[in-house]
Design a protein around this ligand. Structure first.
Ligand code: ADP
Ligand code: MG
Length: 233
């Protein structure tokens, strides 16, 4: 049995506005093992992004507890949460969240510098991440000049550069054509093979069919959570 890296226990999340309260997550219980490949599916508004944002440490939850490697996070202070977001989580956003006027290489270097590495001596390492996603040729191009598929690959390379054990992706192929979607999926699968936990949100049944475990969320609750046979990758 692989180590449990993350455990959510009775996690609830509310959004408050002047006139209403939305309960986006209702007592969610989930466990993720190291190295799992998981697809989260479900209708729009069901709570998928909220769940991913809670896992990422970007969105505080209101009730319940989240354990990272067996440690309860209630004891985390701001600095611990920052460390968690920075070193434990690689987040791939649908809108890429790249630094557009930086080159592809500098986008990776920026991620390494945030971790305290020296930019000059990290270039080789940064190039290796670009190579992993097939962007060696584009290293000197500005992020804004890349195609959608290339941008998403760069965003993944950056998430990988932080050597985080958990890779989260919210609809990473939502804006991409089928060729780029294939490339992104093969990169995510490669990360999974390297032992990282990959959790991605998708609307696309073909993509969900490629994940060993599928979690379906509806109205803030887990509607289904099952393992399935997948073709050998
Ligand atoms: P999904 O990603 O499955 O589409 P979300 O997690 O985005 O679902 O949303 C779950 C519920 O929470 C929805 O009812 C949505 O309208 C609401 N919600 C999401 N984000 C916010 C927010 N920032 N403020 C208020 N309500 C929100
Ligand atoms: Mg969403």
């Amino acid at each position: 049995m692989a180590e449990t890296i993350l455990r959510l226990q009775n996690i609830s999340k509310y959004y408050y506005s002047d006139t209403s309260v939305t309960q986006a997550l209702r007592k969610i219980n989930l466990e993720f093992s190291m190295g799992e490949f998981v697809a989260i599916t479900g209708e729009s508004g069901g709570g998928k992004s909220t769940l991913l944002n809670v896992i990422s440490g970007m969105l505080p939850f209101d009730e319940g507890e989240m354990y990272f490697r067996g440690e309860p996070t209630f004891q985390y202070d701001d600095q611990d949460w920052e460390e968690y977001r920075r070193n434990k989580i690689g987040f791939v956003f649908q809108d890429y969240s790249l630094i557009n006027h930086y080159t592809a290489l500098d986008n990776i270097l920026a991620a390494l510098v945030i971790q305290g590495k020296d930019p000059e001596s990290s270039k080789e390492e940064a190039m290796a991440y670009l190579e992993q996603v097939g962007l060696t040729e584009q290293a000197a191009q500005r992020a804004s000049q890349l195609s959608s598929g290339q941008k998403q690959r760069l965003a993944i390379a950056r998430a990988v550069a932080v050597s985080a054990p958990i890779i989260l992706a919210d609809e990473p192929t939502g804006n991409l054509d089928s060729g780029s979607t294939k490339e992104i999926m093969s990169i995510l699968k490669q990360l999974h093979r390297e032992g990282r936990t990959v959790i991605l949100i998708t609307h696309d049944n073909d993509i969900a069919a490629q994940a060993r475990r599928v979690i379906r969320i509806k109205d803030g609750k887990i509607e289904a959570d099952f393992e399935q046979q997948v073709e050998d990758w």
